[in-house]
Ligand binder design. Structure first.
Ligand code: LMR
Length: 394
């Protein structure tokens, strides 16, 4: 039967990872996949994770199943991290998922179950896997303007005009913070315009938040999400612990549904359990358990927050250095927007040809749309990257 299979398009980010690995050049620079790296190029296990793992190893006495939506303590801890007290707990349904991508996939399936004709409005550009999963599920994606190429900032007027076209029951997919791939984010006033437009249209927001703590801080990055859930009748949130807890391979994420109507959230909660059962049965527990232990223990939580803040500041410092070096090398301010961006990524604004040239001639690996992973840089590679960017006439 397998001869009838068709070759599937390669994931651009993962294909780039492979190309980088196979490049024998020593001075190559990896700015591809969104994984944090320290100045030595390592992706360390965070101190609090190590400590929680050690504790878990000595105290855990069973590996039996937990529950279809995971441990309720994980849901409670994550809801509190993301939403604080924006809504009462009985207005929220949640299920643990295999990573943030698992939450995105389950969210799309839930949308399709609830409203088969719903269209999903996605930022142009967005994380490529959003589009790929929507296409796989045969769901309609409608792009909305997001990035202004000339300023490197959000095209706010264009965005509002486009999402105003959504109808009641359509879904508007938003990046909660640290937009991937552009690094350009909405300010407080602009978020309010988005909320007003959602209320006017009756479209349902879906927030993908995979980088809480990487932008302006753990609390600051959650503010737009908290404001949205307080304002709208229903919201869908897909959150990831891969980056802010550094547990990429443990596949730890959560899907959260909020609901301000009088009817019970029970039906939504049961549907989350049903969806998990159909797709993979029980969600992975190890990463979720570590996260729960950290969030519920004052000392571990403080240590985690301190390390996360150090990670955030180091990326911010790299951004500033890159913008400064580019100003010196190019003799212009055209890359100043890099210092304004937040999170792991920035879109440089290079053409696919220039991206290819940087890879072939200078061993600089970035995604084809010129997204760079800021954390892939260090004091040594910043000047090399700046030279390559200017030499390729970006
Ligand atoms: C990225 O955008 O690089 C990350 O979210 C990793 C991934 O799975 O694509």
């Amino acid at each position: 039967m397998f001869h009838t299979l068709q070759t599937q398009p390669a994931d651009k980010i993962l294909a780039l990872m492979k190309m980088y690995k196979e490049d024998p050049r020593e001075q190559k620079i990896d700015l591809g996949v969104g994984v944090y790296k320290d100045a030595e190029g390592n992706t360390p296990v965070m101190r609090a994770i190590k400590a929680a793992e050690q504790k878990l190893w000595t105290t855990q006495d069973s590996k039996s199943y937990v529950g279809l939506v995971g441990d309720p303590a994980f849901s409670d801890a994550m809801i509190s991290l993301l939403l604080a007290d924006a809504l009462p707990r009985n207005a929220i349904a949640a299920a643990a998922t295999p990573g943030g991508t698992g939450a995105v996939r389950q969210a799309f399936e839930l949308i399709k179950m609830a409203r088969p004709e719903a269209r999903v409005f996605v930022s142009d550009p967005t994380w490529p896997n959003h589009l790929s999963i929507l296409q796989y599920l045969d769901m309609e994606a409608v792009p909305y303007r997001y990035f202004d190429k000339t300023t490197g900032a959000v095209d706010h007027a264009g965005m509002i005009e486009d999402i105003a076209q959504a109808k009641a029951g359509d879904v508007v997919l938003l990046h909660g913070c640290c937009h991937n791939p552009t690094g350009a984010n909405l300010n407080t006033v602009q978020w309010q315009d988005v909320i007003d437009t959602l209320l006017k249209t009756g479209a349902v927001p879906m927030i993908d938040i995979a980088y809480q703590g990487f932008g302006d801080g753990l609390e600051e990055d959650a503010q737009p999400t908290r404001r949205i859930v307080s304002a709208v009748p229903n919201c869908i949130i897909a959150a990831s612990c891969s980056k802010n807890f550094g547990i990429y391979r443990e596949r730890t994420g959560i899907l959260i549904l909020t609901h301000q109507e009088k009817t019970s959230i029970g039906l939504a909660q049961d549907t989350l359990a049903f969806l998990n059962r159909q797709n993979f049965s029980f969600p992975p527990d190890h990463g979720a358990r570590l996260v729960t232990m950290i969030l519920n223990d004052d000392a571990l939580r403080q240590d985690w927050q301190d390390e996360l803040e150090m990670v955030r500041r180091s990326m911010l410092e790299l951004r500033t250095q890159l913008a400064r070096t580019l100003r010196d090398v190019s003799g212009s301010d055209r890359f100043a927007f890099l210092a304004e961006h937040r999170g792991m990524f920035s879109r440089l604004g290079a053409t696919p040809k220039q991206v290819e040239l940087m890879r072939e001639k200078y061993g600089v690996y970035m995604v084809g749309d010129s997204r760079i992973n800021i954390a892939g840089l260090n004091a040594k590679t910043i000047p090399a990257l700046a030279q390559a960017i200017v030499a390729c006439e970006v």
